[in-house]
Design a protein around this ligand. Structure first.
Ligand SMILES: CC(C)(COP(=O)(O)OP(=O)(O)OC[C@H]1O[C@@H](n2cnc3c(N)ncnc32)[C@H](O)[C@@H]1OP(=O)(O)O)[C@@H](O)C(=O)NCCC(=O)NCCS
Length: 205
């Protein structure tokens, strides 16, 4: 999967991805506004060769109320299509968003809201990315569910974290390579043994 900055032509598919996954939906105009205002704050995951968007993160810098306000970003929405989950995509997209906030806007921290019942997202934010709960919003969502407002410094070191999903893929690949190397070593030894016993391979004098 290829994670990259969003392009204008991705906006419809981003909206589609959001409609399939979340109760919090936005008009196409909203995506367009975000794209025109700060294209560097929209990242997508694309299925290679298919030109299909399977995940996105949309974020923004909070407006400064006054000069003393600390610059900080806000994750507006993140989502990955069901078939492509647990592959580390949301982790990568979130890291990319945070990197843009830090590098382009010198953001100090990032905040987001998550439903109390959203186990997958809470794991992603707290366990994988190290967010902490800042506040609990009672009946924050339209359907009455409570929210957690979470916060993380954008100056923290998150780039070295490898998600378990990615790590297990790396381990799997390594195991496969080791097995291949072992079996080709075994074949070689077997062939050498056979040629010794049949006398094949010996130079005639
Ligand atoms: C939440 C969501 C974005 C995660 O996307 P993802 O690409 O599957 O996440 P990752 O593969 O990067 O996984 C990150 C971590 O979360 C864990 N995780 C993913 N899905 C999980 C689940 N259903 N339950 C528990 N943990 C889960 C992964 O194992 C991984 O943990 P690790 O770092 O300890 O290995 C995805 O489930 C989704 O799109 N959900 C619907 C939309 C949504 O809820 N958005 C968030 C709104 S606040």
């Amino acid at each position: 999967m290829n994670c990259r900055r969003a392009m204008f032509s991705d906006l419809l598919e981003m909206q589609n991805c959001n409609l399939k996954n979340l109760a919090e939906n936005y008009s196409y105009r909203y995506y367009l506004f975000h794209y025109l205002a700060s294209p560097e704050m929209l990242e997508v995951a694309e299925v290679p060769g298919k030109q299909k968007i399977c995940g996105y993160v949309m974020s923004q810098m909070e407006e400064k109320g006054n000069a003393k306000d600390i610059p900080h970003g806000h994750i507006t929405s993140v989502s990955v299509l069901r078939t492509y989950r647990k592959l580390g995509l949301a982790t990568t997209l979130m890291k990319m968003a945070e990197r843009s906030m830090g590098e382009i806007y010198n953001s100090d921290h990032v905040i987001l809201n998550v439903r109390e019942s959203n186990m997958a997202a809470k794991h992603l934010y707290q366990k994988t990315l190290g967010f902490i709960v800042d506040e609990r919003g009672i009946e924050y969502y339209n359907d009455g569910e409570n929210s957690y407002t979470m916060k993380a410094s954008t100056k923290r070191e998150i780039w070295n974290h490898t998600s378990k999903a990615i790590q297990s893929k790396i381990d799997e690949e390594k195991q496969k390579k080791d097995q291949e190397a072992n079996s080709s070593e075994n074949n070689k030894t077997q062939k050498e043994g056979q040629s010794r016993s049949t006398g094949k391979g010996k130079k005639k004098r």
